[in-house]
Design a protein around this ligand. Structure first.
Ligand code: CDP
Ligand code: MG
Length: 139
């Protein structure tokens, strides 16, 4: 079983969408094997999104990510990295397919409700960033 890191972003937590997003995840037979609500510091947000540090949207993105609590999750399943990216939908909710999380709940290209790791290498880095071993249930 592979693992990926998911984040339910501040816009979605604020609108009480944790349960609805988790239902969409579980309905795809993806298991939530780690989950906690946290509030990022600016330093954490800057570090987490450091691959985007030269992009015009970086500062705004970091400020948005610290604007309220987030839910970080470890998801498990066969091909879960690709499967969860598909369930999330395109970065811009306007371009996302029907029945994706971003199409259903995203507000804008920035406030797009969820994050998901984009590769096995990044999934490992991102899971280690937020979770200790004892916080991940090993089914
Ligand atoms: O999240 P995803 O991998 O789909 O997209 P990304 O290109 O890795 O961008 C990371 C995040 O930056 C997005 O999820 C958006 O929240 C934000 N973003 C933005 O605010 N404006 C853009 N033009 C592109 C991304
Ligand atoms: Mg990305």
């Amino acid at each position: 079983m592979k693992l990926t890191l998911s984040i339910i972003k501040p816009d979605a937590v604020k609108r009480d969408l944790i349960g609805k997003i988790n239902t969409m995840i579980e309905d795809k037979s993806i298991k939530i094997v780690g989950q906690k609500m946290i509030k990022l510091s600016l330093e954490d947000a800057q570090m987490f999104y450091s691959v985007h540090k030269d992009r015009a949207f970086y500062q705004d993105l970091c400020n948005y990510m610290i604007s309220g609590p987030i839910v970080v999750q470890v998801l498990s399943g066969k091909d879960v990295i690709v499967k969860y990216r598909e369930l999330m939908g395109a970065t811009n909710p306007a371009n996302a397919e029907d029945n994706t999380i971003r199409k259903s709940y995203g507000v804008s290209v920035e406030e797009n409700s969820v994050h998901g790791s984009d590769s096995e290498e990044n999934a490992k880095i991102e899971i280690d960033f937020f979770f200790s071993k004892r916080e991940i249930y090993n089914f």
